[in-house]
Ligand binder design. Sequence first.
Ligand code: HEC
Ligand code: HEC
Ligand code: HEC
Ligand code: HEC
Ligand code: HEC
Length: 314
Amino acid sequence: MSVLLATLAAAILSVALLPRSRRPTGSRPLAAIALVTALLCVAATCDVWLSTALADPPASDGASASADGKSKPAAEKPAADAAPLEAPKNWPAGHPLPKVASNCARCHLTAGRELTLAAKDFAHSVHDLQEMSCSDCHGGNTHDDVEAHEPEFGFIGTKLSAHLNKCRECHADVAEPLDAGPHHWDFSKRINTKYPSCVDCHGNHDVGNPPEDFTLNSVCADCHRQFETRFPNIASVVTENDKLWTTIGTLRAKLGTTDHRVPPEFADEVAALRTDTMKLVHASREPSAAEAAALNERAAKVREALTAWLKAQK
Ligand code: HEC
Ligand code: HEC
Ligand code: HEC
Ligand code: HEC
Ligand code: HEC
């Protein structure tokens, strides 16, 4: 273990001491993390920490994008407690509970106010449906309540830049068009507040299951005055996308919270449409009128088909 530590410390110091221009891109946060790690080691907790981490890696370490470019949930699951989760008093009737019975969810369900709201919003988000846990984004110790929030277990609390890096760890593919576009931010240089981040557009806990009153259009309009006159084409795409989401929301509400957001026969077209919309919106470029019209026509068609499907249900 000490050989490992010495190597680690040497590597850390060499990265940290490199002149700025020679650092590989994005190494500043790395160096900062590395220095913290080094300090932890000096405090002689590293042996214990490392052996715990190696024997039992935190769930968040298993997250990665697969070869086909699609995101995959973390391979390592938190120790799901034997007992299923229980809804606290005043839990809204019919609202689902998080799927994974992690210690995080169990305690937060009764912790109150915004601590419980996180668990409520998370339940049946796209990540919950993938059986992800709180710790896949926040880190933390899923085996020991007392150490649940300790940074040694990768707990990042609510630090936004750390969270945005987490999103990107699993969604590197979708980050590419963003990085090539005008909304690109680079946290290794500075904290950007000028540009929208993943959570401005997607939310944090309710990803894939936005609240009823949410529209992406109003997010764009927050920063872009006369959004619809300055960028009529992308604005029309965003508006169609909002309408599709409203329909999907109605569908979910009427059907009850099932695991599928749309009936399986619509899943492929909805997914393809969203990927094409993502490519355009992540790149934040004004498309030609024809390109926007083609995308909007597809969105309107699938939306109408979904509405008709819903009407046909008894
Ligand atoms: C035994 C109860 C308990 C467990 C287990 C627990 N939490 Fe918490 N959590 C709390 C309480 C209470 C707070 C508010 C006070 C505090 O920050 O300590 C909190 C705060 C938080 C916050 C907000 C921190 C901030 O800075 O505002 C996050 C994020 C969080 N917990 C995530 C998690 C995750 C992830 C896990 C599992 C690895 C977890 N919690 C496990 C009780 C718990
Ligand atoms: C997809 C990633 C993700 C997952 C999964 C996730 N969180 Fe969060 N959480 C975030 C982000 C991002 C923030 C906000 C950070 C910021 O705004 O600075 C946040 C904020 C919080 C906060 C602070 C209060 C708030 O709502 O802003 C608490 C408490 C919290 N999360 C608890 C949880 C619990 C408990 C779970 C599991 C039931 C969970 N989170 C699952 C990403 C996630
Ligand atoms: C541990 C890996 C992991 C992390 C961390 C993660 N995601 Fe995901 N995310 C997934 C998986 C798996 C899916 C479902 C499969 C897919 O669509 O690629 C998904 C789906 C999504 C979707 C598609 C939503 C839909 O309706 O289909 C969005 C948007 C998204 N994530 C945003 C985020 C944001 C924003 C963050 C950070 C706050 C984040 N993700 C963090 C794994 C992750
Ligand atoms: C937090 C503020 C913010 C939000 C929210 C935001 N943008 Fe932007 N956007 C900017 C800034 C700043 C620029 C200018 C970048 C530059 O000067 O190069 C920009 C640039 C653009 C451009 C390129 C402008 C040009 O002149 O070529 C388009 C198109 C665009 N945004 C579309 C959108 C859309 C669509 C949304 C909503 C989905 C959105 N933006 C949300 C801040 C924002
Ligand atoms: C300016 C708004 C905006 C920002 C910023 C943004 N997204 Fe998106 N994203 C969208 C839109 C619009 C779509 C496509 C329609 C939809 O899913 O609602 C999308 C789609 C996605 C998808 C689904 C892609 C697919 O093929 O189904 C994922 C995953 C995703 N975004 C993750 C992220 C992550 C991670 C970040 C931050 C690195 C991010 N987004 C930043 C607006 C945004």
